[in-house]
Structures are given as structure tokens and as C-alpha cells.
Design a protein around this ligand. Sequence first.
Ligand SMILES: [Mg+2]
Length: 261
Amino acid sequence: MLGALIGSIAGSIYEWKNIKTKDFPLFRYDSRIAGDAVMTAAVANAVLLTDDLGDLEGFKANVAAELRRMGEAYLGLPYGPRFEKWLLSDDPRPYDSVGNGGAARVSPVAWAAESLPQCLALAKAATEVTHASSEAGAGACCAAGAVYLARTGKDKDAIRDHVTRYFPLDFTLDEIRPDYAFDLSCAGSVPQAMEAFLEAEDFEDAIRNAISIGGDSDTIACMTGAVAAAFYGIPKDIRDVAVPYLTGEVWIALDRFSRVY
Ligand SMILES: [Mg+2]
């Protein structure tokens, strides 16, 4: 879970000011947790609140409740306009979105799942409370499944195979970097985030890869960071600098989740 949060923090200042290089300070005084970090914390809370993760309807109700509770606690953050409407609605219903918000928040399910099929079922459930499209479900299953495979010791070939069941990986970061632009669709950001992990040498290199292509940097780095942390672990020096950026409810969620998973 912390890997996703670190990606969100490191990418937060580059979402609207893209950089096309891997040479940048990982954390700055104005880095901050962004919406994907808060929503990742919400999904982690929902996992902890659900006694039986086989009860997908019960899990979905907890996800919806925690997304709304955490969203209201961090209402000043920039969320997508449709997600913000969902947060504030008296009668929140899923909307037809191919956006990457579901894929970005879903990584905690990979730490709780006992099998890949269970991980994918939980990922889909955690996404469809807001995002009704099959593309959003595929993005979440792709991202969460990669984290599950990484944390259970699978190699990069196995993770690449998993990713290509959902999206083609027919590019390198160097090839797309010059022209890649903001694209918050799952098809336009999830495979890029996975490639940033697959080309990396270690956790920090993965985060730098993710941000170096530009686009929706905080969200891409959030997805990349989740997989890279499960695969490589997080170096202590990066962990020590990142944790003080976590505030209030996000820190509490990380602390609770880390005690169990
Ligand atoms: Mg973003």
C-alpha cells in the first residue's frame, strides 16, 4: 500500500507540469498526497472492515462508504468532476467511465486476496461502485493482479503475460516519451504504468520511469509504485522521507493496514 502512496506523492507536482526526464527530486517541499492516495487508503479501510472477503456485495458496500467518508475528509483535493459529483450525491450510482481512478486505488485488495481469481474479483468489485465500464474493470484487474503476482514471487515474464491479457504492451518508454500526453483512460495509462515497472531496475527507478513519460503522472506513478513495492520492497531511506507526507486518515489507514498485511 505504501508503494502506491509514494507514487502519488512523488507524482503530485508533475500531473499538470509534466517532465520528460528521470532526473528530478523524488520529493519536494510542495509534494503532497493526491486523490489516488486518499482513495487507496479508503479501499484499504474497506478491506479491513469486511469480515468475509468472499462476500463481494458486503465488500462493495464498505468500499462505497469508505470512498465517501475519506473523500469528504479530503474534499479540497482535485478529484475528477464526475467522481466528485458521486462523492457528494445523495444517491450515488456508478457512472460510465473508462477513467483510471479505480485502477489507481485498488492495490490493497492484492495484499488481502488469497488467490489471483479472488484478487481480480475484489478489484472488479472495488471499481464498479463508481466506474461502470468494462475498460475500468479491466484496468483495475490488470493493476491489482500485477501487484498480487509480484507479492507472491512471480517474475516479470509472468507479470507481463498477465498485463497483456488486458492491454497490449507493444511499446517502450523511450518510444512513447516524446509524444505521450495526458490520458486518464485505463487503456491510455494502465499499460504505461505497468511498462514503467517492467523496465525498472528497482523501486525508485520504477517511480522515475512512471513520471518521466508525463501524462497523468501522480496516478501512473501510484499504479507503478504499488507493483514495484510488491516486487522490490521499498528502501528504508525512501520510506523515511515519504511517511511524513501522509496526513490524518491516510496515515491511520496505512498504519492499520500494515499491521495486518
Ligand atoms: Mg492523476
